[in-house]
Design a protein around this ligand. Structure first.
Ligand code: ZN
Length: 186
């Protein structure tokens, strides 16, 4: 089983002190916080392409690297990074060929139905005041999505004006960065 493989490896990892090269503090050496996508291709490529090592940044990830509302958990994490963990710049990094690009919520809901989620359960979500189509929606273009997330943060009442917020797009094949918003000039 997958979990047992992880636990077996972990025992060996800790037992042979393989954690030594990763020792660092919980404060980001580069004093920044990065929001990006949970895409598998970015796990090691993004830090390598940006010259980020263990301990350098606070990293927040979700599907699409998106801020969906001014008070979602991503925004909370960014404010914690700034106010409790010494982050002084924000980088929002979307990527090309993202699974959230033009994601159709109805396809996700169809998959849920195949997993025996019934209409009454979707209704229960609606009853909570959640528009499930909006909640599951992706974005049109990644540049637009990054710009939108930057805009939500820039216009946030709790966002200090002194913190630059940059928007970028990364190529998940080559690691090449394209600038969407340069936060120093906002
Ligand atoms: Zn993605």
């Amino acid at each position: 089983m997958y979990l047992d493989d992880i636990l077996a490896h972990n025992k060996q990892f800790v037992g042979s002190n393989q954690y030594e090269p990763y020792k660092t503090s919980n404060l980001p050496n580069q004093k920044s916080v990065i929001l990006t996508c949970m895409d598998t291709r970015l796990i090691e490529l993004l830090p390598a392409a940006l010259n980020i090592k263990n301990g350098d940044v606070k990293m927040v990830k979700n599907a699409g690297g998106m801020i969906t509302s001014p008070y979602d958990s991503v925004v909370r994490s960014i404010f914690i990074a700034i106010n409790a963990l010494q982050a002084e710049e924000v980088l929002i990094i979307g990527h090309k060929n993202c699974g959230m690009q033009q994601l159709d919520p109805s396809i996700v809901m169809e998959k849920m139905r195949e997993r025996n989620i019934e209409d009454q359960h979707f209704q229960a979500v609606q009853d909570e005041g959640v528009d499930i189509n909006e909640w599951l929606a992706g974005f049109e273009t990644v540049e637009q999505s990054v710009a939108n997330s930057v805009e939500i943060l820039t216009g946030h009442p709790l966002m200090p004006a002194s913190i630059p917020i940059h928007g970028l797009v990364i190529d998940p094949e080559t690691g090449e960065l394209t600038l969407v918003t340069r936060g120093y000039e906002q």
